[in-house]
Design a protein around this ligand. Structure first.
Ligand code: GLU
Length: 369
């Protein structure tokens, strides 16, 4: 049997597979996924598992809970996480490791690099990393919010060559297959554009997890721009996994970009959040690509928010137009100080000595964020 030549894959498994009837964890659907992971590893492919299911697995311990109570949901996640990890761990005869992450961890460059190093060390020592969002510590501002997007960020951090997202249907259809008998499965998507998002529709309603098809497309977009082959497959059937191992596409395959973004630019675009804003006037505009034009303090009319050296910032025009997302090489405090200098010579001498105000700038598709 031929198998794909992957060096490293990330597989994302959703809550509905872990806890199909919300009565704790069930290994019913996990057996074929575990078998797939075992066979990948036997073929020399390293695997990172991104597993949802803590909330669903812990729900039965809080029978009289109010659905909207966030504190109880976090308690479910805390209790369900141990059960979920124990369930996975029982299915393997090699060690696994739990990694709980938040968006705050991933968007901080130092923590991001530390996460990468941990993943690589685990893989090097044949330990299976099992990643989930750290639901107990997140607030709206700090969370990724869904494990589809988290899995793409993890795939980028892990330098994976494939991301496999398990769904409850066979892949992306041109219309909702639950409502339309003539819905057709898209076997291959080369470009993720507005028409693809339109097919994905809104977030899933009434499901066990939080992700619908839309978040899977967002994840695919993040992954393919990093050069990662992405598949949405039906995780409920063993056939999907057998086909993948035979080098066949069981669902929808999203082709990776020919020229993937550089690792730091990808992180800037898809993982980091702007910590503050710089409002500019004058000629500094979005025609700048590849660091060709430099922002100078004389163009800055306002600095919003508090940020430190190395944080991601957004450069906007006064009318709100987003121009550039970039790394700030100045703190908000220092930038405010030099932007407010009456004497332009002082500011430009300062910049000459200290270096460019921003770097790693990224200009494409900012209005979508
Ligand atoms: N982190 C959540 C959990 O483990 C799941 C988020 C999702 O379903 O995407 O329950």
């Amino acid at each position: 049997m031929s198998h794909p030549n992957w060096k490293r894959v990330v597989i994302k498994v959703g809550s509905a597979l872990i806890s199909p009837n919300k009565q704790g964890c069930s290994s019913h659907y996990l057996l074929s996924i575990a078998q797939f992971i075992v066979r990948c590893r036997a073929n020399g492919t390293q695997v990172v598992l991104v597993s949802s299911g803590s909330v669903a697995a812990g729900a039965h311990l809080f029978p009289d809970h109010e659905k909207s109570n966030i504190a109880v949901k976090k308690a479910m996640a805390a209790a369900g996480q141990t059960e979920m990890i124990a369930t996975w761990d029982r299915l393997f005869d090699f060690p696994s490791a739990q990694m709980l992450l938040t968006h705050a961890d991933l968007r901080d460059r130092e923590r991001y690099v530390s996460i990468r190093e941990t993943i690589f060390s685990l893989l090097e020592h044949n330990v299976l990393p099992i990643v989930n969002e750290n639901d107990t510590v997140t607030t709206d501002k700090l969370k990724v919010g869904d494990n589809d997007n988290l899995s793409a960020m993890v795939a980028a951090a892990a330098d994976a060559d494939a991301l496999i997202i398990c769904s409850d249907i066979d892949g992306l259809y041109n219309k909702n297959p639950h409502d339309h008998d003539d819905a057709e499965l898209l076997k291959k998507v080369d470009t993720i554009d507005a028409s693809i998002y339109a097919m994905a529709g809104g977030a899933a309603e009434g499901g066990v997890g939080t992700g619908g098809m839309r978040t899977k497309i967002e994840a695919a977009e993040k992954a393919v721009s990093h050069g990662i082959d992405t598949y949405i497959i039906n995780g409920f059937t063993e056939l999907s996994f057998n086909m993948l191992l035979a080098g066949k596409n069981p669902g929808t395959h999203f082709s990776p970009y020919d020229k993937p973004m550089l690792e730091n630019v990808h992180w800037m675009r898809h993982t980091s959040n702007a910590q503050g804003e710089v409002i500019v006037e004058g000629d500094f505009d979005s025609s700048l690509e590849n660091d060709s034009e430099q922002l100078t303090s004389s163009e800055i009319v306002d600095v919003k928010g508090e940020f430190s050296v190395g944080d991601t910032i957004l450069v906007r025009k006064a009318d709100g137009t987003k121009l550039v997302k970039a790394k700030s090489n100045y703190s908000s405090c220092l930038l405010n100080f030099i932007a407010n200098q009456e004497n332009d010579d002082f500011a430009s001498e300062f910049e000459d000595k200290t270096g460019p105000i921003i770097s790693d700038q990224h200009v494409a598709n900012l209005e979508k964020e």
